[in-house]
Design a protein around this ligand. Structure first.
Ligand code: CA
Ligand code: CA
Length: 390
């Protein structure tokens, strides 16, 4: 009897526990799922905002598909004739520089669009005078550098680089087994390098005046050093891009299209499916395109992202900084890039503003990432452009 009572009590306790757990699940599970959905939506929103600008870092890119087989797909053979033709078609034009008188300006913004990028706060910065390349470094100029030095870029050493999917031929695409997670329009393309921007079946023969792409931060430093120049600091780059205007969104002011005129190469249409090319270009544009800013610089906003010398930090002091060079190192091993690119769209990757920034590891390269050089003194043989500031 006693045993029976004990067994009955145990059954009752088990039943009560069962009911309790069921009620808990009924009441709290939907709330928990809602929370999970909200968190995922938040992550999605964050990914959407990120637009994959920083997704092209070599050691950080996560892929949506595993590599099939050891080493992935084989790269097709290089077209030797293409390389030879590129060498013979290089021009001798070298980038001209403009003298930019130093001064005080407001760096960054309080109208922050991407807090995770470290765009803000607006802060006082003073820079010394410098010379700045008027244009992004072109294929023609990089070709001269490579011919003189035999330099091999990191994309060539690694054997691949990141390319916007829309630019790749079906043949090259069929060889690819991976895409970048969260930014599937980025594909690692074997054989993509500065001479073959969309892979081995592409060339730069008709793009010698376009910005060089698929150059890493390390490659950019090598080029600028050869040219007796250097990469700009982020502060110098932003000061130059702002062209003497305080707290403006773009290098010419706050109106994206003054008098309905395109002033930079970005993306029109719905990224990444449709590009209406209203500004005249689907991908890169000649470095001489559009009007320069008041300092005489072309295409700081849009066309290609531009490496600067700083390591990345997303926290900034509001104390006056004089010739800031960024932190001594980056916890994430990232260098800063500025200006946005032809892939930027206002609704999706609104990073063609003066204050905007993004980052990649210094060995990374992509089909929308280039650079320009600055210098303390005008290097011998480099023409200076006199700019009359009205
Ligand atoms: Ca465009
Ligand atoms: Ca640019």
């Amino acid at each position: 009897m006693a045993a029976s009572i004990t067994k009955k009590n145990f059954s009752c306790q088990y039943y009560i526990l069962y009911m309790y757990v069921t009620i808990l699940l009924i009441v709290f599970l939907p709330v928990s799922l809602q929370g999970q959905e909200a968190e995922e939506a938040s992550c999605k929103s964050s990914e959407d905002e990120s637009c994959g600008c920083a997704a092209t870092s070599r050691d950080k890119a996560a892929y949506t598909k595993p590599v099939e087989g050891e080493g992935g797909a084989e790269a097709p053979e290089f077209d030797k004739d293409t390389t030879r033709t590129v060498k013979s078609s290089a021009t001798t034009r070298t980038n001209q520089m403009v003298f930019v008188r130093g001064g005080d300006f407001t760096m960054g913004t309080d109208d922050v669009r991407f807090p995770q990028d470290g765009e803000g706060p607006a802060r006082p910065v003073r820079v010394d005078s410098f010379y700045a390349d008027v244009y992004e470094v072109s294929n023609a100029e990089f070709d001269i550098f490579v011919k003189e030095t035999g330099f091999v870029t990191e994309a060539e050493k690694f054997g691949d680089s990141f390319v916007l999917e829309n630019l790749i031929s079906e043949e090259v695409k069929s060889e690819i087994t991976q895409a970048v997670a969260g930014a599937p329009w980025w594909l690692p393309v074997k054989g993509a390098d500065w001479r073959h921007p969309e892979g081995v079946d592409s060339d730069i023969i008709n793009r010698m005046d376009h910005p060089v792409v698929h150059v890493s931060w390390n490659d950019a430093v090598a080029y600028c050093t050869w040219a007796k120049k250097r990469l700009p600091t982020e502060a110098e780059w932003e000061y130059a891009s702002r062209g003497g205007l305080e707290n403006r969104l773009y290098p010419w002011g706050n109106n994206e299209m003054p008098k309905k005129e395109h002033r930079m190469n970005i993306w029109q249409g719905k990224f990444p499916e449709e590009n209406t090319e209203e500004d005249g270009y689907y991908s890169t544009a000649p470095v001489t395109s559009y009007k320069p800013n008041k300092f005489g610089l072309y295409n700081t906003a849009g066309n290609v992202w531009e490496w600067v010398s700083d390591w990345l930090s997303v926290r900034h002091t509001t104390e006056l900084q004089v010739n800031p060079k960024g932190p001594a190192k980056s916890a994430t091993n990232d260098k800063v890039k500025k200006g946005g690119s032809y892939m930027c769209h206002k609704d999706y990757c609104y990073r063609y503003r003066n204050a905007a920034r993004s980052q990649n590891t210094p060995d990374s390269s992509a089909s929308n990432l280039g650079f320009r050089c600055f210098a303390d003194k005008l290097p011998q043989g480099v023409g200076e452009i006199k700019v009359v500031i009205r």
